[in-house]
Design a protein around this ligand. Structure first.
Ligand SMILES: Nc1ncnc2c1ncn2[C@@H]1O[C@H](COP(=O)(O)OP(=O)(O)OP(=O)(O)O)[C@@H](O)[C@H]1O
Ligand SMILES: [Mg+2]
Length: 363
């Protein structure tokens, strides 16, 4: 086919999808100016992504596709619509308006998430204490109590939501090019895992993580929500910092296990929210005691009282204690949180009480 017009170019480029998405780069609005002159073709690509590899992959694919049509002189320029100040929103993986960051003062565009009543961060300074399990079950409990609930997994390094809900689909983009959340068990769900896939190594640091999180926090079309639960990665790194700088959250709940060793890290997590004047709504003590499936007896595996101690220190309520139960882990691994799969269990009861306490605390 002879290339004669912009339309010819667009037809060819419609065959190229943005890496990790099923939509093509034309529909994302990534193709800017096109010039065809004396048998040479110049194409401007507007991609605002922190992932240099993806940009280069698109450039290469565009070049190859045009060359395949017999054009040997192809030049491609990349512009960042955010940095260049273009008002065009390309949404999706490139970000567009969602990625606009206040230059200089990182707190400059601190704002609420539109149409979301309460944003609750589930956090802890420590890894593996059950943040993701708690976030998923809290979301499910609040939904069972009649609220409209979304769950956003912000763990860019080790997303859990795809496993916890058995959902690996990729999201599609709405007409105004925002990410439509996935839905399961009546909850709205989104995770970096659903965008990045299982095996993409996460090598981003500092500013790239901040940009990605910012886009994610702003680029999802939740419609109206009573509660948005955020599952945070462990620690007090870039994700947490971006969150508190950019988004007005209702507050954080801090998850801990009862033993002293866990509490040291948990203190750091709670202190971070305090320092930036975000409310700590309460402490949740997970794996508080072992519920024996045979005799029904409770055993304090990790000693006792840690959550209570921390709640006194912070002068916030202990929202509840969750037993260590094999069924909690099994339910998570099967992709249906225990609150939904075994609502009569001791753990589900604990989660339901915590959700109620949390809702009351917010009121
Ligand atoms: N109450 C519980 N009873 C039994 N198993 C639990 C309980 N809470 C969490 N687990 C299990 O412990 C493991 C760690 O939990 P989870 O992934 O929720 O922790 P996390 O704090 O989110 O970890 P990370 O810091 O890696 O994000 C998982 O296998 C989970 O199923
Ligand atoms: Mg987690």
């Amino acid at each position: 086919m002879a290339i004669e017009s912009r339309e010819d170019i667009m037809n060819i480029l419609e065959g190229i999808t943005y890496p990790g998405f099923s939509r093509n780069i034309v529909s994302f609005g990534m193709v800017g100016d096109v010039t065809i002159e004396n048998g040479s073709v110049q194409i401007e690509l507007k991609i605002s992504s922190s992932d240099e590899n993806k940009k280069q992959q698109v450039v290469q694919e565009v070049r190859d596709a045009i060359k395949q049509e017999g054009v040997s002189d192809v030049s491609i320029s990349l512009v960042d619509p955010v940095e260049s100040g273009s008002s065009q929103s390309i949404g999706g993986p490139g970000g567009g308006q969602a990625a606009q960051q206040g230059a200089g003062d990182p707190w400059a565009d601190h704002h609420a998430i539109p149409n979301v009543n309460h944003v609750i961060a589930v956090a802890s300074g420590k890894g593996g204490v059950g943040k993701s399990t708690v976030a998923a079950n809290l979301a499910a409990s609040l939904k069972e109590q009649g609220h409209t609930v979304g769950l956003l997994d912000l763990d860019i390094y080790g997303p859990s939501l795809p496993t916890l809900f058995g959902i690996t689909d990729q999201p599609y983009l709405t007409q105004d090019e925002r990410i439509a959340p996935l839905e399961k068990y009546g909850l709205k769900l989104m995770s970096f895992g659903n965008i990045l896939g299982d095996d993409s190594p996460v090598i981003w640091r500092g500013p790239m993580v901040a940009k990605m999180v910012d886009q994610f926090l702003n680029g999802i079309d939740w419609k109206a929500l009573d509660y948005l639960i955020l599952d945070l990665p462990p620690g007090t790194g870039d994700v947490q910092l971006t969150l508190v700088q950019k988004i007005e959250i209702t507050g954080a709940v801090i998850v801990t296990t009862p033993q002293e060793l866990a509490l040291q890290d948990v203190k750091k997590g709670a202190n971070m929210f305090r320092k930036v004047d975000s409310k700590v709504l309460g402490i949740i003590e997970n794996m508080s005691y072992f519920k024996c499936p045979h005799c029904g007896e409770d055993t304090d595996v990790f000693s006792r009282g840690g959550g209570e101690k921390e709640s006194h220190r912070l002068e916030v309520p202990l929202l509840g204690r969750i037993p260590l139960q094999t069924e909690v882990m099994e339910a998570s691994d099967r992709g249906k949180p225990i609150v939904l799969s075994e609502p009569e269990s001791a753990a589900a009861e604990a989660f339901n009480n915590i959700a109620q306490n949390l809702a009351e605390q917010i009121r």
